[in-house]
Design a protein around this ligand. Structure first.
Ligand SMILES: Nc1ncnc2c1ncn2[C@@H]1O[C@H](COP(=O)(O)OP(=O)(O)OP(=O)(O)O)[C@@H](O)[C@H]1O
Ligand SMILES: [Mg+2]
Length: 429
C-alpha cells in the first residue's frame, strides 16, 4: 500500500526534484498535496487524506504547536534541513520532529523515514487530547526524552490537592540545595495558579516559564535565553516564575515545557519543579482532538522527572487524598516511583504516635513507605511568608528548615556542614 504524504518544503530549490523522485511508484509514496505554508498543511492534515508530512525547517510560522496539531490529526512528521545545517536540525527536534534528515538524502531513504515515522505512532506529547490514546490497542508511546539528557537532575514536587505544602517543599528544597552548593533552578509549573514569585517576594512580573515556553515553541530557546528569563535570587539559585494569572494556562504547551526542562538540565545541576495536583487525563474523551490539556504540563513534568516527590499532609483527610492521588498517578504513569514525603506532622489529628500511624496507613493503603516526615511549623512558615524570604533566611534554626535541609542533603547526596555549637557563655563573678 502506498503512503499518502503531504509536502511543505516550498522555497527550497530542491523541492520539485524531490517530490518528483518520491512520487515514483517504486518508493511506495504518493504526494497527495504540495502545501505552500503551515496553514495549508494543517488544513490538508485535517482532511485525513494523508498519513505523513514532509516539511522543511525553513517553513515560515512552523512552531511546536503546528507539529503537535499535525500529530493530533494522525499525520507523522519528517523534517528536512539544508545539508550540514545542524542548528536547523536542532530546532526541528526542539519542535518535536523526531525524524530529521538532510535534504540531499536519497529519496528511498526519505521514503523509509516517512514509513518509520508513521509506524512510530503518535509521539508522547501531552499537549492536546488524542482520542486514539483511548483505544485499547493504542500505538506505542515514545519516551518523553529522545534528546540526550544533560547533566542536571529534575525533581518534580507534586502531591494531592488540599494544599499539603507542595510549594513550601519545592521552595525550601531548591533553596537548601543551592545552599549546599548545588546550582539550582526552581520552576513554578503550577498550571492552577503558581505563587512561587510571591513566596520569594519577587514582586516584579517577569515572563518566567511562559516566556521560556514561548521561545521553546518557536525553536529559539537556548541556555542564554533561559538564563535571561530566570531570576537570580542568589548566584546558585535561579527561579522561573509561574503564570501571573491561572487563566493563561493554555500558554504552557506541555511539549514546550519538556523542551524547557531539557535545556534547564543541560545548564543546571538541579531543576526543582513545583507542580499542580491533578493528573487525570479525562480530557481524552473530548471529541475536539486539538483541545489543549491543562494537566498535560504536570504529566509531562512528572514523566521527565528523575525524582517525583509526593508531598502529602498528615491528617486523616490529607492521607486519604494522598492514597487517591498515588492511585491516579499509577494509572497515568505506571512506571513512576514517587518518593513519599509527609508534611505538617503534628500531634492531634491522628491518634497515638502520628509518625507510626501515618507510615502504617500509607504502607497499607498505598503500598508505599514514607521516606521523610516534615514537622508542622507554623511559626516558621508564617515568618517566611511575612517577609517574602525562605525558611533558611527567616528562621534558620526552625525544625521545618532543618528537616528540609536534610531532605535536600538526601536528594543531592551532599552532607550539610554540621551546625556550629554555641559556646556556653562564660560565667562571670
Ligand atoms: N510544615 C508546615 N508547617 C506549617 N505550615 C505549613 C507547612 N507546610 C506548608 N505550610 C503552610 O500551608 C499553606 C499551604 O502550603 P503550600 O502553599 O506550600 O501548599 P501547596 O500544596 O503548594 O498548595 P496549593 O494547592 O495552593 O498549591 C501555606 O500557608 C504554608 O505556609
Ligand atoms: Mg502550591
Amino acid at each position: 500500500m502506498t503512503l499518502q504524504v503531504y509536502t511543505a518544503v516550498t522555497g527550497a530549490t530542491w523541492e520539485a526534484g524531490l517530490v518528483a523522485a518520491l512520487d515514483r511508484s517504486a518508493h511506495g509514496i504518493t504526494v497527495v498535496r504540495r502545501c505552500v505554508d503551515v496553514a495549508e498543511l494543517l488544513a490538508a492534515a485535517a482532511t485525513g487524506t494523508g498519513q505523513a508530512a514532509l516539511l522543511s525547517a525553513e517553513l515560515r510560522r512552523l512552531d511546536g504547536d503546528a507539529v503537535t496539531r499535525l500529530e493530533a490529526a494522525g499525520v507523522a512528521v519528517v523534517g528536512l534541513v539544508e545539508p550540514g545545517d545542524a542548528r536547523a536540525a536542532d530546532r526541528l527536534r526542539g519542535l518535536g520532529v523526531v525524524h530529521v534528515l538532510p535534504a540531499d538524502t536519497d529519496p528511498a531513504a526519505i521514503a523509509d523515514a516517512l514509513r518509520a515515522a508513521v509506524a512510530g505512532g503518535p509521539s508522547a506529547g501531552r499537549d492536546v487530547a488524542d482520542p486514539r490514546a483511548a483505544l485499547p490497542a493504542a500505538a506505542p508511546r515514545r519516551p518523553a526524552e529522545d534528546a540526550p539528557p544533560g547533566r542536571g537532575r529534575v525533581v518534580a514536587v507534586w502531591g494531592p490537592g488540599g494544599a499539603p505544602g507542595r510549594t513550601t517543599v519545592a521552595v525550601g528544597l531548591a533553596d537548601e540545595a543551592a545552599r549546599l552548593g548545588v546550582e539550582t533552578l526552581l520552576v513554578d509549573g503550577d498550571v492552577y495558579g503558581g505563587v512561587v514569585a510571591q513566596v520569594l517576594g519577587l514582586l516584579d512580573e517577569s515572563p518566567g516559564l511562559a516566556g521560556a515556553v514561548r521561545l521553546a515553541g518557536a525553536g529559539d530557546l537556548d541556555a542564554a535565553a533561559l538564563a535571561r528569563l530566570a531570576w537570580a535570587v542568589r548566584p546558585q539559585l535561579r527561579v522561573l516564575t509561574g503564570l501571573p494569572r491561572a487563566g493563561r494556562w493554555p500558554e504552557l504547551r506541555p511539549r514546550a515545557v519538556a523542551r524547557v526542562l531539557e535545556e534547564a538540565r543541560r545548564t543546571t545541576d538541579l531543576v526543582v519543579v513545583d507542580c499542580s495536583a491533578p493528573v487525570e487525563e479525562d480530557e481524552e474523551l473530548s471529541f475536539d482532538t486539538a483541545a489543549p490539556r491543562r494537566n498535560g504540563v504536570t504529566l509531562t513534568v512528572l514523566e521527565a522527572a528523575d525524582t517525583v516527590l509526593c508531598v502529602g499532609g498528615a491528617d486523616p483527610v490529607a492521607l486519604q487524598r494522598t492514597v487517591r492521588s498515588l492511585g491516579e498517578l499509577r494509572d497515568v504513569l505506571p512506571e513512576a516511583e514517587p518518593v513519599l514525603v509527609v508534611n505538617q506532622l503534628r500531634r492531634g489529628p491522628v491518634p497515638g504516635d502520628p509518625r507510626a500511624e501515618i507510615a502504617a496507613a500509607l504502607e497499607r493503603f498505598a503500598g508505599r513507605e514514607v521516606t521523610r516526615f516534615l514537622p508542622a511549623d507554623r511559626r516558621a512558615t508564617d515568618a517566611a511568608l511575612a517577609s517574602g524570604r525562605t525558611l533558611a533566611e527567616a528562621t534558620p534554626g526552625s525544625p521545618l528548615r532543618t528537616a528540609l535541609r536534610s531532605l535536600a542533603s538526601d536528594l543531592t547526596g551532599i552532607r550539610a556542614p554540621a551546625a556550629r555549637r554555641r559556646r556556653p557563655a562564660r560565667r562571670t563573678g
